[in-house]
Design a protein around this ligand. Structure first.
Ligand SMILES: Cc1ncc(COP(=O)(O)O)c(C=O)c1O
Length: 407
């Protein structure tokens, strides 16, 4: 039976893939350090762990592999508070209460971070959630005291709905994606995300690892990737020296390659890069709920099109396997967080792997950093969660309804 099934399974196929190594030479203005100073002053702030996993280095024939573990960031199970807290701080600065009502659409993590920021500031929050957000993630937003408004449709539709709602008086939109005319707040959010890159610099220096050869970043609308591009391509960013071979162009460290990873169900950046201009893709269902976005942030696009040098899409099965692998290695990752490992594995294995490896410029001494952007609690999609899906759905829905009644 087993061999018959194996014979029936389709041959491995090359992944959908984009590469433009010249992007490593692109530069931009550096990150504004104000957000980092703000984060340092927050109660409970501490750099999240950067964990070295030698078994992954051995698996992929790399020098060293590190995973930035964002499963516990400022009291929440994803990196998103870095952006939301800084943006909300700037919005509320000099604005006495009780309003404005903070509004956003979310795939889960960002909405919870905005709801937490609102609760800490004593302001109301109204959070719009599309189809496909795990009921436990919805319940966690409601538990912050926010009003949760389900939107029957995609993430992009929820973003539109939230933007319309924010036309009401005494509201403020805290959206982590941008469109023409709505740039300031998403820009703050990007500034906030860059804190995790600054932490990585310091942690790699302590580990004696220097500048990474590659950073793999999960992408939804691309704001996190924009922060990563700004950090690694920012011209005035002081970085430690590297143990990697000198840049072929002469002098100093070779620039870091940046690999964007998206679900096959929502590859808006990959398709836009391949197309050479932003395109909106139809999104499907994916366990990587936080990455289930159909349109790249307008603010991010110029940075990503110029500064990202590789992109790949991954299957749900690959993300689920990567999350299980990381759990076995003691690193708690939800499916979006594990997408970075899934992307590395998809790029470095299977048909065409040696060409992709060469395009990424990865030697056997390369230092690679994977951004694991959420813990399993943030987004408990996947086989275990799915088997308990009905009970969790009932419980989550009840909590949302309870929270709405309480308003
Ligand atoms: C856990 C997680 N990782 C990565 C991302 C991607 O961030 P961005 O939408 O800025 O690309 C998100 C976005 O919600 C997320 O929740």
């Amino acid at each position: 039976m087993g061999s018959a099934a194996a014979a029936d399974s389709p041959p491995p196929r090359a992944p959908r893939w984009y590469a433009r190594p010249a992007a490593r030479e692109w530069t931009c203005a550096p990150v504004d350090p104000a957000a980092r100073a703000f984060h340092r002053g927050l109660p409970g702030y501490a750099p999240t762990p950067l964990v070295e996993l030698p078994s992954l280095a051995a698996e992929f024939d790399l020098g060293r592999v590190f995973v930035k573990d964002e499963s516990a960031r400022l009291g929440l199970p994803a990196f998103k508070a870095l952006g939301a807290f800084w943006a909300v701080h700037r919005i509320l600065d000099g604005r006495p209460g009780p309003g404005p009502t903070l509004i956003t659409a979310t795939d889960g993590n960002h909405g919870r971070a905005v709801a937490r920021a609102a609760r800490l500031a004593g302001r109301p929050a109204r959070i719009f959630t599309p189809d496909g957000v795990h009921p436990a993630a919805v319940a966690a937003i409601a538990a912050e005291g926010a009003e949760v408004v389900p939107v029957p449709g995609s993430y992009d539709e929820a973003v539109l709905r939230a933007a319309r709602e924010a036309e009401l008086p005494d509201t403020a939109l805290v959206q982590d994606t941008s469109w023409p005319g709505y740039e300031e707040v998403p820009g703050r959010i990007v500034e906030g995300y860059a804190t995790l890159c600054a932490e990585i610099d310091e942690q790699l220096a302590v580990a004696g690892a220097g500048t990474p050869a590659l950073v793999a970043v999960p992408v939804g609308v691309g704001s996190l990737a924009q922060a990563v591009v700004t950090h690694y391509r920012g011209t005035h960013t002081a970085r430690p020296t590297t143990h990697r071979p000198a840049h072929p162009a002469g002098g100093g460290a070779a620039p870091t390659a940046l690999l964007a990873v998206e679900p096959e169900a929502a590859p808006c950046l990959l398709e836009s890069l391949l197309h050479g201009a932003p395109v909106t893709v139809d999104t499907g269902r994916t366990v990587m709920a936080g990455l289930n976005c159909g349109t790249v942030s307008a603010l991010a696009w110029p940075y990503l099109s110029a500064g990202i040098d590789a992109a790949v899409s991954v299957t749900d099965a690959a993300a689920t396997r990567a999350a299980a692998d990381l759990a076995t290695l003691g690193l708690p990752a939800g499916p979006c967080g594990a997408a970075a490992l899934a992307g590395l594995r998809t790029a470095l294995t299977g048909p065409g792997a040696s060409d992709r490896r060469a395009r990424l410029g990865l030697g056997a001494d390369a230092v690679v950093v994977l951004l694991s952007t959420e813990g399993p609690e943030a987004n408990p999609h996947g086989e275990r969660a799915e088997s308990a899906g009905h009970a969790e759905h009932a419980e989550g829905t009840e909590n949302v309804e309870r929270a709405r009644r309480a308003d």
